[in-house]
Each structure stands twice: as structure tokens, then as C-alpha cells.
Design a protein around this ligand. Structure first.
Ligand code: FCB
Length: 524
């Protein structure tokens, strides 16, 4: 009897154990299914509802010479661009920026347009020749100071944050005449003096300063190819009466870097604590994709960054030029003095990234490149306009330097994030240019461009890039440097005869984009 009872208990226990195991297995498998579903749902949701941080800056960007006009108004004298555009044959349509889009007089209306778009920041540059017509060899021009004071107040009144660049290619011509501007180490004193005046008069209200706009473009076009002022280059690089395309860009860059460091150290020691602003630099960026998978081409793509971007950023973050430049240029690369080295590290609170285009990079160090196709020592032995299967990288536009490759935005932001250890980044320019083909208000290509590049920017932020702002280039069509008025970048069309501004499709698209992202934005 006892044994029959115990064997019954045992079989009941077995049954119970079996049920337990089955129930556990079923529930485990369903919970893991739930877990999987949950994860993928979460990922999809994140994809759909990306939240920009609440204080993310959405803005539009401009520059003094391209927008202001008023080239001799209220005490301003000639800048290097006033003089350069006066030389026949330099500008595609023979035009100049004497009137440009008359922003000097029409800025209140333009700020109304910005307010209507819903931007919370406006990136502008100051005209050095308006503030110090003779550099440090003359007085401060109070006409210029008053103008910018009024303008900054009007910007702030509209709830818009000014994001100010000290120099966007233009300098008082006086400095060119007197001592050859960027080729002369003296320019550092001039730049420091100018920065001091700007911090002193405007720094109580300006919380974002950039020392330079795209010094890489400035020295490459000014001193290597000679297509921008002061038009200096060697005969093999362009059509200039004098210059040295191998050496002068390096000297000009060195003087720019030392000027940047002087201005930042001045800001940090004399102004920053009280004024509580941030200071950085704005660089032009190109994403260089190796043209093939070969090690040589991959190294060439990295070298291309050294000879374009990290050329300026490494010195002001790490206190030295990038290794690739040092290896190739040796003694041609100027040296930093001991004093420079002490003061040049970490002189950036942020990096401004101007991102438009990407290119294939091909090695010319270990491989033979076709003569006349770039890839010189001055360019780091990289041919940076290579074609793959006969095609350039990205979709070509009507503008020769520019093809559309949104992925380049993500790559560039991640590259800067990794190299400079999560430094705060602002996309200080991004936009789409079209050849002057009539009024073209239905600019769906610009809308597609901005939408795709902003998606790429979000991808970079999801991966951890500390991006804090995006500035569309540009609110208005304007004077596009050597292309004059033949290329239009505006979300507003400008009739250059009447100065009438007319919104394009992209203006309403950007307005809606900002509105939606504001509504969903979160505290960071
Ligand atoms: C950038 C310049 C800016 C404008 C855009 C189209 O490289 O900084 O002034 O010309 O290109």
C-alpha cells in the first residue's frame, strides 16, 4: 500500500515537473519574442521620432561681402574683395558686391523673414573694413560699430541668437597694401586688435564667435590656385603674376592659425568669464571617399583630410600639424615656436562644419597619376577629384565644385567627432546652389537636398555626434564670389535689380521642418 502510494506521488510529481518545464519553455520563448518585438519597435520609433535637443540652433547663414553692399557707407573703406572684383575678368559675370543684396539697409526686412521661418539663430559675419578701415593703423569707425550694434539688438529683439564670424574672406585692403596681409606674421597683431574691438563692443550680446570662415578655402584659392584674392600662385597652378603655390599657402595658413590662437586666448583671458560666450572656427569640409579599396587609396583619403581640414584643426586642438603633412612637407611646413605650442592647444570650444560636397580620393604617392590632374606634393599626392567607373562621387549639380552626397554629411560629422573627442559641432553651412535659370520658385531639388542632408545629420547625432546647430546657406540669393550672381543658393529668390525677395518652396519647407522639430524637441 505504502509503495503504491509513493509511486503515485512520484508519477504526480513527474507530471507536475513536466508541466512546469513546458510552461517555462513556452513562456520563455514568448517572452524572448516579446523582447525582440519590443526592441525592434523601439528602434523603429526612434527612427521616426528623432528629437533635437531643445536649445539646438536652427538658422540661416550669410556673410558681409556677399550680403551687405554699402561698400563705402558710414566710413567703410575698401576690402580686398572690393578691389579684387574691380579687376576685369575675375568674376564670371563681371559683377561685384558694391550693392549685393543691400542687407546693410534692408536687414530689418530680412530679419522679419527669418522670424517668419522660425529660426532661433542667424549666422552672419562682420566686415573688418567697416570696423577698422585702416586696420590697427587707424581709428575704430564708429559708423560701423553703430550699425552692427543696431543690427545685433534687432536680431535679439526677434528672439534670434547672433552667431558671428569675425572674418569671412574679407579684410581691409590696407593690410594687403601695407604688408601683404596673411603672408606676413604681423597680421596676427591686426587680427587680435580687431577681435578685441569686436569682443569689447558686441560681446555682451554675442554668445557665439567664430574667428575665421573656411581658412582652408581662403588659402587654397588665394595662394595655390590664385582664383581668390590676393590672386597669387605658381604658373603651373593658375594664371597669376606672382606667388608660390607650394610655400605661400603654408605661410598664410600658419599666420591664420596663430591669429586664431591669439584671438581665442584674448577672449578666454579677458572676456569669456564675464561674457559667457563660446568661440570656435568654421571649416569647409569635403568627405573624401577612397576611389578603391586598396590600402594606398584609403591612406590617400586620410591624407586628403590632412591637407584640407586637419591642417587647421589639429594645430588648434593638439598643437601640431597632422602627421601626413609633416611627413610629406618636412621643412617647408612652418614650425610653431615654444610660445605658440604652449598657447595653441585646445583653442576651440566648437568646430563649425560647412558641408556641401564629397569626392573620390586617389593615391598619387605610390601610384602614377595622370599629369595635370592635381595630386601634387602641395595637395599631399592625392588626386581629390577622381572618377570611379567614369563617374564622380554623388549626383552632379550645375555648380562645378559641388555634387550631392548626403552620406558625406554623416561621415564628416563622425570623422570630426572621433578625431576631436566629441567636440561640440555646428553645421554652420549647408545648402544647394543652382545655375541662374530664371526665377525657379519651385526648388524641389533644394528641398530634397536639405531633407536628405538633415537626415544624415540626425544619423550622426544618433551615433553620438554632439551636433548643436544647423545653418542653411542661405536665406537669400546673393553674391557667390567668383561666380558673381550666376549661382543662386537662396530659399528666397532675389531680383537683383529691384531687390525684391520672393519665397521659394524651400522656405516653407524649412519653416515647417523647424516647426515640427520644435514641437517635438526635448531637454537634453
Ligand atoms: C561656402 C562659403 C559661403 C558660400 C557657400 C556657397 O564655401 O563659405 O560664403 O559661398 O560656400
Amino acid at each position: 500500500m505504502e509503495t503504491a502510494k509513493s509511486s503515485m506521488y512520484i508519477s504526480q510529481f513527474r507530471l507536475w515537473l513536466l508541466c512546469f518545464i513546458i510552461i517555462t519553455l513556452v513562456s520563455l520563448s514568448s517572452s524572448s519574442r516579446w523582447y525582440d518585438d519590443h526592441i525592434s519597435l523601439r528602434e523603429i520609433k526612434a527612427e521616426e521620432t528623432f528629437h533635437f535637443p531643445k536649445n539646438f540652433l536652427f538658422g540661416t547663414a550669410s556673410s558681409a561681402y556677399q550680403y551687405e553692399g554699402a561698400y563705402l557707407t558710414d566710413g567703410k573703406t575698401l576690402s580686398n574683395w572690393d578691389v579684387f572684383t574691380n579687376i576685369s575678368g575675375k568674376i564670371a559675370d563681371g559683377s561685384h558686391g558694391k550693392i549685393a543684396v543691400d542687407h546693410y539697409h534692408r536687414y530689418p526686412g530680412d530679419l522679419d523673414l527669418m522670424e517668419d521661418l522660425g529660426v532661433n539663430s542667424y549666422r552672419l559675419s562682420l566686415s573688418w573694413a567697416r570696423i577698422l578701415p585702416k586696420g590697427r593703423f587707424g581709428d575704430v569707425n564708429m559708423g560701423g560699430i553703430d550699425h552692427y550694434n543696431r543690427m545685433i539688438n534687432d536680431i535679439l529683439k526677434r528672439g534670434i541668437e547672433p552667431f558671428v564670424t569675425l572674418t569671412h574672406y574679407d579684410i581691409p585692403q590696407e593690410l594687403e597694401f601695407r604688408y601683404g596681409s596673411w603672408l606676413n606674421p604681423q597680421i596676427r597683431e591686426d587680427f587680435e586688435h580687431y577681435a578685441n574691438i569686436c569682443f569689447r563692443y558686441f560681446g555682451d550680446r554675442v554668445k557665439f564667435w567664430a574667428t575665421f570662415n573656411e581658412p582652408n578655402v581662403q588659402v587654397i584659392l588665394g595662394y595655390r590656385t590664385g582664383t581668390y584674392p590676393p590672386s597669387r600662385c605658381s604658373k603651373t597652378f593658375g594664371n597669376c603674376s606672382c606667388g608660390d603655390s607650394y610655400i605661400e599657402p603654408l605661410l598664410a595658413a600658419h599666420n591664420i592659425i596663430r591669429s586664431h590662437v591669439a584671438a581665442v586666448n584674448l577672449y578666454r583671458t579677458k572676456f569669456q568669464e564675464q561674457q559667457r560666450g563660446k568661440i570656435g572656427i568654421v571649416m569647409n569640409t569635403i568627405w573624401f571617399e577612397p576611389v578603391s579599396d586598396s590600402l594606398a587609396d584609403r591612406l590617400a583619403a586620410e591624407r586628403a583630410q590632412a591637407f584640407y581640414l586637419t591642417w587647421f584643426l589639429d594645430p588648434v586642438v593638439f598643437g601640431r600639424y597632422p602627421r601626413e603633412m609633416r611627413e610629406i612637407l618636412g621643412e617647408d611646413l612652418p614650425e610653431f615656436t615654444k610660445d605658440d605650442l604652449k598657447s595653441s592647444k585646445n583653442t576651440l570650444d566648437f568646430v563649425g562644419i560647412n558641408q556641401y560636397t564629397s569626392r573620390y580620393a586617389k593615391d598619387c604617392l605610390h601610384s602614377v597619376c595622370e599629369p595635370g590632374k592635381g595630386g601634387s606634393r602641395a595637395e599631399g599626392f592625392v588626386y581629390a577629384k577622381a572618377l570611379k567607373d567614369g563617374l564622380p562621387l554623388g549626383e552632379p549639380t550645375g555648380v562645378n565644385w559641388f555634387s550631392v552626397y548626403p552620406q558625406g554629411m554623416e561621415e564628416m560629422l563622425m570623422y570630426a567627432t572621433k578625431r576631436y573627442k566629441n567636440i561640440p559641432l555646428y553645421v554652420t553651412e549647408n545648402g544647394f546652389g543652382e545655375n541662374n535659370t530664371g526665377v525657379l520658385l519651385n526648388d524641389y531639388r533644394r528641398v530634397k537636398f536639405m531633407s536628405n542632408y538633415l537626415d544624415a545629420l540626425k544619423r550622426a547625432m544618433r551615433k553620438g555626434a554632439d551636433v548643436r546647430g544647423y545653418f542653411a546657406w542661405s536665406l537669400l540669393d546673393n553674391f557667390e564670389w567668383i561666380s558673381g550672381y550666376t549661382i543662386r543658393f537662396g530659399m528666397y529668390h532675389v531680383d537683383f535689380n529691384t531687390q525684391e525677395r520672393t519665397p521659394r518652396l524651400s522656405a516653407s519647407w524649412y519653416k515647417n521642418f523647424i516647426f515640427q522639430h520644435r514641437a517635438q524637441s526635448k531637454d537634453d
